[in-house]
Design a protein around this ligand. Structure first.
Ligand SMILES: Nc1ncnc2c1ncn2[C@@H]1O[C@H](COP(=O)(O)OP(=O)(O)O)[C@@H](O)[C@H]1O
Ligand SMILES: [Mg+2]
Length: 256
């Protein structure tokens, strides 16, 4: 089991990157795959043609509220992580043919809900066990990841945009990952589809981090996401898909 995280600022192309990486891992035998949508905007399902709500699935936020903030004492004696894990299996997890998917949902009521957070983290530790690849679609800043999901990650992809400050953002992201004590094996920078090629040499030079390439701009991706078609069905010849394959190969994700 290996946890892969795709992170970056909104609009950089993280979610489409996750969807196209999923397509490649399915084709390359990297299954079973669990996808965790940790972005409050919850677009991963849409990009894969799955409507979690229509499937009767609840977000983890909803399940946590049901379990810890609303429910009475009917499950006294069952440890909290057990209760939430069981709920996720029962009514949070979408089980598809090629991948499973669960959404964390909007931020639940802020405050120190240490018990739910700790319980969720422990439940997720169990939940991920049967999978070969677990991919997390995450917003920028990984504090939430360590608090609620996991502190051990194999590979982090930071998808960057073309803003003037993008290199500063990369450095900050890298620092935060370490500050919040996420143990990771590899941290890669990936150019988002709007990242200009001329800035590529600067990434390595200025950040010292490994740059794996750029996701190609591709009208088909735009069309698919606008019309709600699954990116898993994008033609293999799609430039964006081809570029994601190269990035995933450079990261060695299908090799080991
Ligand atoms: N490779 C691409 N080529 C062209 N447009 C893209 C590409 N990737 C994403 N987009 C467009 O950009 C929008 C934002 O991408 P998305 O993956 O949702 O970014 P993020 O998850 O970082 O917010 C998508 O709705 C899509 O229309
Ligand atoms: Mg997204």
């Amino acid at each position: 089991m290996r946890i892969i995280v795709s992170m970056g600022r909104g609009g950089t192309g993280k979610t489409s990157f996750v969807a196209l990486m999923t397509k490649y891992l399915i084709q390359g035998g990297g299954t079973p795959i669990l996808l965790i949508d940790a972005d409050p905007d919850q677009s991963l399902g849409d990009f894969l043609g799955v409507d979690l709500y229509a499937e009767g699935k609840k977000t983890i936020s909803e399940l946590l509220i049901e379990t810890f903030l609303e429910s009475g004492g009917t499950t006294v004696g069952v440890p909290p992580w057990d209760r939430i894990e069981w709920k996720i299996w029962e009514s949070g997890l979408y089980e598809g043919e090629n991948f499973d998917l669960v959404a964390i949902g909007p931020k639940w009521v802020e405050g120190c809900y240490c018990l739910p957070n700790a319980a969720l983290k422990r439940a997720i530790e169990h939940l991920v066990k049967p999978y070969r690849n677990v991919i997390v679609d995450s917003p920028a800043g990984l504090e939430h990841l360590n608090r609620r999901i996991t502190s051990t990650v194999d590979t982090i992809f930071d998808v960057i945009d073309p803003s003037k400050k993008s290199l500063d953002h990369v450095m900050r992201a890298y620092r935060i990952v370490r500050e919040v004590k996420i143990n990771f094996r590899r941290f890669y920078v990936v150019g988002g589809y709007r990242f200009p090629e001329r800035l590529e040499p600067l990434v390595k030079e200025r950040t010292g981090l490994e740059y794996l390439g750029k996701i190609s701009f591709d009208r088909t991706v735009e069309e698919y996401t606008l019309s709600g078609k699954s990116l898993l069905e994008i033609p293999d010849s799609s430039p964006a898909y081809q570029s994601v394959k190269e990035i995933v190969d450079r990261a060695g994700l299908l090799r080991n």
